[in-house]
Design a binder for this molecule. Structure first.
Ligand SMILES: Cc1cc2nc3c(=O)[nH]c(=O)nc-3n(C[C@H](O)[C@H](O)[C@H](O)COP(=O)(O)OP(=O)(O)OC[C@H]3O[C@@H](n4cnc5c(N)ncnc54)[C@H](O)[C@@H]3O)c2cc1C
Length: 384
């Protein structure tokens, strides 16, 4: 077992960090505040192969694993550009299509994921079901050779910039626990509409309510088996959690870096404020927490890439929990270290609070992870 990343992975991190530095937090924030997208960054990252590092080489990708894609996501976040769509499009959607799609779907979509020329949103959350995905009511019924999809989704990221959405539905006559069917729905399909949700997060990527009003789809819109089961879905949700962990780790690093520079420079009594243990110790504690969380994220990615889906599921949940907590603590202490400047636009620390707070809620909430660990890891009774 090695705790040192391969030379190739380290080179990838360094190259992505350079790209991130070229754009940086000011680009990201300026775009978000102007209601614009980070198209140039996405396109360049795609051209350089960073968005497709995990896509199989025979479809034009880098042939790497989720650990490589997570490294890309972490480095961009650490540079101030946390791209939510990376968590969704190349991590969930490309993975599910690579693992469960037909040859036709792979040939159509994977080369485009590999160069970032398409983006696909992912829709599971529904207003009434929330964290309880077994309650989703979006239904798919057969219509001749094809399908008709009806229902509503909420909080779906990036629909306005996506070519299609991978929608989780259940078949018409299915009752009880979810056996998900996954459909690729073009955002231009008749009967498909979306409305923005006003959010208090500084991000160019917006959230939407989706309305699926008898959306007709061809037979090949279905990915994998009808009633394909949760395994098919979790092939994409474990990478989602690993990516969310990577994003949290990147933001934590960014916040700590800013805090340390400020603490070394700012002097209000006789020494720089970083000499006061009241500031130094919480920063050191946050650093330890962050490094522990990153280790768990790397373990989760390693297990996933080694084909151990069960082991990866547990580790990905733990990593997502741990990095969210660590990132929240890093950002909170970075704000405290900056005093009033922690809440100014200029120092770029306060705006991180919304994004890291999100990490505790999505893609799976802190409480649902604790439920999972209590029940599946510890063997405690299910509480709900
Ligand atoms: C910015 C953003 C982007 C998102 N992007 C996407 C996306 O692209 N695609 C998508 O499908 N979804 C997306 N989501 C949705 C996200 O996955 C959900 O918000 C999340 O899973 C929580 O669901 P909920 O908001 O319905 O909360 P609820 O399920 O209503 O939960 C509310 C609170 O109750 C707690 N709770 C619920 N049940 C239990 C229980 N049994 N035990 C203990 N506590 C419990 C929760 O942990 C939470 O704290 C996004 C959300 C946000 C905020």
């Amino acid at each position: 077992m090695s705790f040192v990343e391969t030379e190739e992975r380290r080179a990838l991190r360094a190259a992505v960090a350079d790209l991130g530095a070229k754009y940086g937090a000011s680009y990201y924030v300026e775009r978000a505040k102007a209601g614009r997208k980070t198209d140039e960054l996405w396109a360049e990252a795609g051209r350089l192969g960073y968005l497709g590092v995990n896509v199989p080489a025979e479809y034009g990708g880098g042939g790497g694993g989720i650990g490589d894609l997570a490294a890309v996501c972490e480095e961009l976040a650490a540079a101030g550009c946390p791209l939510l769509l990376m968590v969704v499009s190349p991590a969930i959607c490309a993975t599910i299509i690579a693992r469960s799609g037909t040859e036709g779907q792979r040939e159509h979509w994977l080369p485009r994921f590999a160069d970032g020329s398409v983006t696909m949103a992912f829709a599971i959350t529904e207003p009434d079901a929330g964290s309880n995905s077994h309650r989703i009511t979006t239904t798919a019924r057969r219509d001749g050779d094809g399908w008709v999809l009806s229902g509503q989704k909420t909080f779906i990221s990036g629909v306005d910039e996506a070519d299609a959405v991978l929608v989780v539905a259940r078949s018409h006559d299915q009752r009880g626990n979810l056996r998900p069917s996954l459909f690729i729905v073009p955002t231009g399909a008749a009967g498909f509409a979306f409305t923005p949700i006003d959010m208090e997060i500084v991000s160019p990527e917006k959230q939407f309510v989706l309305h699926l009003d008898d959306v007709r789809l061809p037979a090949d819109a279905l990915v994998g088996d009808e009633d394909g089961g949760l395994l098919q879905l979790f092939a994409g949700l474990n990478p989602e959690r690993i990516m969310a962990a990577a994003m949290g780790a990147g933001i934590g690093r960014l916040a700590l870096g800013k805090a340390v520079s400020y603490a070394n420079e700012r002097q209000v009594f006789r020494t720089p404020i970083g000499a006061h243990q009241g500031l130094a110790h919480p920063l050191a504690a946050a650093k330890i927490e962050l490094e522990l969380a990153r280790l768990m994220a790397q373990k989760a990615a390693w297990l996933y890439d080694a084909g151990d889906d069960d082991g990866a599921g547990e580790a990905a949940n733990m990593a997502k929990y741990a990095t969210a907590e660590a990132a929240v603590h890093c950002v909170d202490q970075a704000i405290q270290t900056h005093g009033g400047n922690g809440l100014t636009t200029e120092y770029g620390v306060g705006m991180l609070a919304g994004v890291v707070r999100l990490m505790r809620i999505a893609p799976v909430s802190r409480e649902m992870i604790l439920n999972f660990v209590a029940q599946h890891t510890l063997g405690l009774p299910k509480s709900y």
